[in-house]
Design a protein around this ligand. Structure first.
Ligand code: SF4
Length: 365
């Protein structure tokens, strides 16, 4: 599978990497734990966004033991703003399993790594190659793009035949004993030179070997399947006040933004007003009736697979309301605005919280 004598592609790539590799905080001391944390943070997230989070995380949880002992609230607070919160919850659960099953050391075996929550084939391969020197390719988007261009692969990404071919090409050129550098070199080449929209072929170490460059098809590779339109949802949220406190609800553990705190509410159904949707959602989630007052603000946000427009409203519990019940949340809390920072939240809820902390007036419609 690997090549004992580096191929021309591998030789040029490794020579380029020795000169041009990026300086990244997790490369300073690439312990298995640091590689693991960085690879999880880098999923769906840009390197520049990850840098400060990685530093803060390692200061707060310098070892797997520190992470395993931390509360989920501390873990989610440290992750707040990075998105895809299942990654943080899985890191935390995995750290506890590493303490229980592996004596606090991340296993160096690909299969044992795969058994840990949140570690898929790519992440296991990245850890196995970079931290433990195993000869495996870590097929991320950069590697797939670079090989699709080098060999001018016409079939679309995501198709089984394409994925198999790209993996086979990457494995064929993997130089024995250098998988960590090879994978990182391809990641860096894809990030710095062979970029998605405007590849800088004139500075590329592989330009003499690249079929897409020879055929002038660089910007058409890799080929992609046609995308479905991203759906959009209208969502309303309630700022329910009582005696100087505001109600926060903790989202269920599993699922999107799991374990984070929010202003309760939900999707507006076709034909519903924002206010009627909010009254229905609060009845379904908390078993109480509310009156809906003025609008606090309008917030737009794009998630990976959908977009939302959220309107938040000042609300009051009706005087005859029964006690609140957490029918769909894992916890409820009455909190003063000054205490909001102690409650990890997603981006939109944090924006609402900041507005409430500043005491900005409601919006007039
Ligand atoms: S020559 Fe251009 S298209 Fe080919 S690998 Fe280099 S940057 Fe990418």
């Amino acid at each position: 599978m690997t090549s004992p004598v580096p191929s021309a592609i591998a030789s040029l790539l490794l020579a380029w990497y020795a000169q041009e590799s990026r300086t990244l905080p997790w490369r300073d001391a690439p312990t298995p734990y640091a590689v693991w944390v960085s690879e999880i943070m880098l999923q769906q997230t840009r390197v520049e966004s990850v840098r400060p989070y990685f530093r803060r995380w390692m200061e707060r949880f310098p070892t797997i033991a520190h992470l395993a002992e931390a509360s989920q609230e501390a873990v989610l607070s440290t992750w707040e703003g990075l998105g895809y919160y299942a990654r943080a919850r899985n890191l935390h659960r995995a750290a506890r399993l590493v303490m229980e099953r592996h004596g606090g050391r991340l296993p160096d075996d690909f299969r044992a790594l795969r058994e840990l929550p949140g570690i898929g084939a790519y992440t296991a391969a990245a850890i196995a190659s970079i931290a433990f020197g195993h000869d495996v390719v870590a097929m991320d988007a950069n590697l797939r793009r670079v090989f699709a261009r080098l060999f001018d692969v016409e079939t679309p990404l995501g198709q089984a035949e394409t994925e198999k071919r790209l993996r086979s090409l990457a494995e064929t050129h993997l130089p024995a004993g250098r998988a960590g550098d090879y994978n990182q070199a391809l990641m860096d080449l894809g990030a710095l030179v062979c970029t998605p929209k405007s590849p800088r072929c004139e500075t590329c170490p592989l330009r003499g070997l690249c079929l897409a460059q020879a055929n002038g098809t660089q910007t058409q590779r890799p080929t992609r399947k046609a995308k479905n339109r991203i759906p959009h949802y209208d969502v309303s949220a309630a700022v329910i006040r009582r005696n100087g406190h505001i109600l926060l609800a903790r989202r269920p553990e599993n699922g999107m933004l799991g374990g984070l705190w929010e202003f309760p509410g939900g999707k507006v159904q076709p034909g519903e007003t924002w206010q009627a949707a909010l009254q229905r959602e609060i009845r379904e989630e908390l078993a109480v009736e509310i009156t809906v007052g003025p609008r606090v603000g309008t917030y737009r946000h794009a998630f990976t697979h959908f977009r939302i427009t959220l309107q938040a409203y000042e609300c009051r519990l009706r005087p005859d309301s029964p006690p609140l019940q957490a029918l769909e949340h894992s916890a409820l809390a009455w909190v003063t605005p000054a205490e909001f920072e102690a409650y990890p939240m997603g981006k939109v809820d944090r924006r609402i919280a900041r507005r409430l902390q500043k005491g900005e007036p409601c919006v007039s419609d």
